[in-house]
Design a binder for this molecule. Structure first.
Ligand code: PLP
Length: 393
């Protein structure tokens, strides 16, 4: 047998002789992220028949027609290529003016993103070094704890139970020499809590004293059932503001958001975007022109409907659940009733065809669960009735 025939018939043997051990190729960075909690819920969702699904983190209405039309026109007109890294000028400039109007910032940098998620990632990658500490208010949106770890930075949860308000003294107690960033999300996922101007003033004061960068995730700003307050105007030099289209216009699959902040930081984020996401999806950017130029798309009907759903859930769960009435977003974060852990309660809910998410996915604690009311009134009524039955044992 000559050399070449042997090479074809017997390929190089993998080192363990049983097959190629692909697990050896996986980086510690990826392995350290445990997504099992939320994955279990979604795996179970796939096995249930017509579940009462109160686990969804996106609106139940569809993208408004004028935005769809703009996207279709953009695709037909050939707006299908890369855009400039920072986004198309026609959208960027009105957004910049909007940011200046709303924050009073003088000359902010603005970057159009592939979803707010990209902004969280780019802001962290542009500002955090290994060993830097990032303060998160616990419970927190899942990404906030994983992304710092990818950099070797350290997420530091600040417990905000049982009222989920912003407690400046607890945040301050967690500050060390290595603290660089404070992440805020208002209205909040998973609690629905919206911070007041007084709370945000206290946070801004603390950020100034300790020279922290505040990452302010305001993706749920449209779903605010009280006036929306932002920390951004208070911190012109040390805040990165993140806004999104996913929730407000139900465009979760279109991947569009934007960041604004000090030019020096946004320039670094733009450079990182150039070598990662490249640009936000072109048709989605053109479609968003409808929101800055065209006759503004009115979402007040949808927002009012969500306010009513919030009120209905609050009333429906009040007797048997400990709840903090949310000021925004479309979530409640009730305590599991009795002595059960959240995981145990959620397992029982799922066994009864109800999908909710255990609080341990968003928290160091396993005591609460997230319920989304972004669903039909009929589904909500079924969910409320079943939750009350489960609470009764
Ligand atoms: C608090 C928060 N921030 C960011 C995101 C990500 O949104 P996007 O679709 O804009 O990436 C979500 C989505 O659930 C969220 O809840």
């Amino acid at each position: 047998m000559n050399q070449s025939t042997r090479a074809i018939k017997s390929p190089p043997q993998p080192d363990n002789g049983r097959g190629f051990d692909v697990a050896r190729l996986i980086a510690q960075r990826a392995l350290q992220i445990d997504a099992s909690g939320i994955r279990k819920v979604f795996d179970l969702a796939g096995t249930l028949k017509d579940p009462i699904n109160l686990s969804i983190g996106q609106p139940d209405f569809d993208v408004p027609e004028p935005i769809k039309q703009r996207a279709i026109e953009a695709i037909r007109e050939g707006k299908n290529r890369y855009t400039p890294t920072q986004g198309i000028g026609a959208l960027l400039e009105p957004l910049r003016r909007q940011v200046i109007d709303r924050t009073g910032w003088k000359d902010p940098g603005v970057l159009i993103l592939s979803g707010t998620s990209a902004g969280i990632m780019l802001a962290m990658f542009a500002t955090l070094d290994p060993g830097d500490e990032v303060l998160l208010l616990d419970p927190y949106f899942v990404m906030y704890q994983h992304l710092p770890r990818l950099i070797g930075a350290i997420p530091v949860p600040v417990d905000c139970y049982p009222d989920f308000r912003l407690h400046p003294e607890r945040i301050e107690a967690a500050v060390t020499r290595r603290t660089k960033m404070l992440v805020l999300c208002s209205p909040n996922n998973p609690t629905g809590i919206a911070f007041t101007a007084t709370e945000l003033r206290a946070a801004a004061d603390l950020a100034r004293r300790h020279r922290l960068l505040v990452l302010s995730d305001e993706i749920y700003d449209a779903f605010c059932y009280q006036p929306h307050e932002s920390i951004a105007p208070l911190l012109p030099e040390q805040c990165v503001l993140l806004k999104g289209y996913s929730k407000t216009y139900a465009m979760t699959g279109w991947r569009l958001g934007y960041a604004a902040g000090p030019k020096a930081i946004v320039e670094q984020m733009t450079k990182l975007q150039q070598y990662t996401f490249v640009c936000a999806p072109s048709p989605a950017q053109y479609a968003a022109l409808e929101l800055v130029h065209g006759h503004r798309v009115d979402m007040s009907g949808q927002i009012d409907a969500y306010r009513r759903k919030r009120d209905r859930v609050a009333e429906g769960l009040r007797e048997r659940f400990e709840i903090q009435p949310p000021g925004g977003a479309f979530y409640f974060f009730p305590k599991a009733p009795g002595k059960e852990s959240a995981t145990e309660f959620v397992a029982r809910a799922i066994a009864n065809n109800l999908l909710i998410i255990p609080g341990s996915v968003f928290s160091r604690r396993d005591t609460h669960f997230r319920l989304s009311y972004a669903t039909s009134d009929a589904m909500l009524e079924k969910g409320i009735a079943l939750l009350n039955r489960l609470a009764d044992g």
